[in-house]
Design a protein around this ligand. Structure first.
Ligand code: C2E
Ligand code: MG
Ligand code: MG
Length: 418
């Protein structure tokens, strides 16, 4: 998410540059050999080395998982000569692969890199996918390898086929796991639901974010299996927490491919009864864009789900281009405002006027409204002023594996917002 946010920001400010992903190839064995603080120190020292190497070059960096680091470098607007990114990435790869002294350990990381040039009008999500494909390819070749992503290479059927096969095997081996993020009442912090967010526990790469595999899975209909696996796994965990019917609800995300799958409503209801989840405890999140993809088919599917007593929320609202009047024809119970609109808050009067009007339209249509991506208390307070009562974001809790949720629940009983 931070990588996508940084890329979006770069795109909006019309900058160009390069995105690099580094993989510490044997990081999974580190956790067996070293204590967490040694691994954290190693990562920090690698990042420091990279920053030092880049010297004054403007850029952003971060850690995606235990084993993947990213770097976004911005083209120097004043320079006459374009940067030689290939050479720069290779120099950086040398830094990542150089031996590190951490406490009394001498660690020899083995690393690979994938990078993508961010020219004018690049697409953030697509660039991330291309970069990941390039990294996967570099990593297959071996340590010390770097690969540039190119349109041609992405379409290269061999590579894409390889990645699809990998996802397919992951589905068969159930390598996907739901993480849970609470949604709360903004005024009190009381938990009103948990959203299940898929994570790929990759045997070599560690935690892989959905942004890196959902769109490939969507092309191959693998997403239907992933979504149904997530529903079942999430519902099983949720039922274990023993909430009553008036307690928090469970939310799962369905892609449009899943939504259009024949007999979906029946499958969902069967799955609920198998694990003991009442349909009224379930809410399906579908994005505004996916509903609009085939509107009449989506409408039929949503009606079938809704008639089973399952709630439907329109996710990422504001990203798509649906007209507000269309909202009335959909059997949704809630709209979920994209974090893009929450990020600038407290913001300027126009930012606030937009959200205030959406909140009043939702009220007029008798829809619940919730806000995503709340990271600061100032955002929370502003949203309350604008007429929002519910929200989700790192301020209240990050997505966590199921075994951490009982702790979240017991903390939430003692922690209160004012
Ligand atoms: P989404 O459904 O809109 O989920 C919210 C995303 O925002 C999650 O990213 C969550 O980790 C992130 N987020 C939550 N709070 C904050 C915050 O305060 N700040 C920031 N910067 N980010 C925040 P995640 O888990 O990477 O999921 C990305 C998207 O992938 C989801 O967006 C959803 O569209 C899709 N997705 C996730 N799980 C599934 C699934 O099981 N099936 C399908 N079809 N799609 C899924
Ligand atoms: Mg969602
Ligand atoms: Mg969303």
């Amino acid at each position: 998410n931070s990588m996508r946010g940084a890329l979006k920001f770069m795109q909006e400010s019309d900058r160009t540059g390069c995105l690099v992903l580094f993989e510490l190839r044997d990081a999974s064995s580190y956790s067996e050999n070293y204590q967490p603080k040694v691994i954290a120190e190693l990562t920090r020292s690698v990042l420091d080395g990279l920053r030092e190497k880049l010297n004054s070059r403007e850029g952003v960096n971060g850690l995606i998982s235990r084993s993947i680091l990213y770097f976004i470098m911005v083209e120097d607007a004043d320079s006459d000569t374009p940067s030689n990114w290939t050479a720069i990435v290779d120099e950086l790869l040398d830094v990542v692969s150089s031996p590190q002294q951490v406490e009394h350990y001498r660690i020899h990381p083995s690393a690979a890199a994938g990078y993508v040039l961010l020219g004018s009008d690049f697409d953030p999500t697509r660039s991330i996918q291309e970069c990941y494909s390039a990294l996967a390819e570099a990593s297959r070749v071996g340590s010390g390898t770097s690969r540039e992503a190119s349109r041609e290479r992405l379409i290269d059927r061999q590579t894409r086929f390889g990645y699809e096969r990998e996802i397919e095997a992951a589905v068969a081996e159930q390598q996907f796991e739901p993480f849970f993020q609470p949604e709360v009442f903004l005024a009190t912090g009381e938990i009103m639901s948990f959203e299940a967010l898929v994570r790929w526990i990759h045997p070599r790469l560690g935690l892989v974010s959905p942004d890196l595999f959902i769109s490939v899975a969507e092309d191959k209909d693998l997403i239907v299996r992933i979504d149904l696996q997530m529903l079942e796994a999430a519902a099983r965990r949720f039922v274990e927490w023993g909430f009553g019917h008036s307690g928090p609800t469970l939310r799962v995300n369905f892609s449009s491919t899943t939504l259009h799958h024949s007999g979906l409503a029946r499958r969902v209801v069967e799955m609920c009864s198998k694990v003991g989840l009442h349909p009224s405890q379930l809410c399906i999140e579908v994005t505004e864009t996916s509903v609009m993809r085939d509107e009449s088919l989506s409408l039929a599917c949503l009606n079938a789900i809704s008639s089973e007593g399952i709630q439907i929320s329109l996710d990422d609202f504001g990203q798509g281009s649906s007209s507000l009047s269309r909202l009335r024809s959909l059997p949704i119970t809630e709209i979920k405002i994209d974090r893009w609109f929450v990020q600038p808050l407290p913001g300027d009067p126009a930012d606030r006027a937009f959200l205030r009007s959406i909140a009043s339209i939702a009220e007029a249509f008798d829809l619940e409204i919730t806000a995503e991506g709340i990271e600061t208390d100032a955002q929370r307070r502003t949203l309350i002023e604008l007429g929002f009562s519910k929200g989700q974001g790192y301020l209240f809790g990050r997505p966590l594996p199921a075994n951490r949720i009982p702790q979240v629940l017991s903390n939430s009983r003692t922690q209160r917002w004012s």
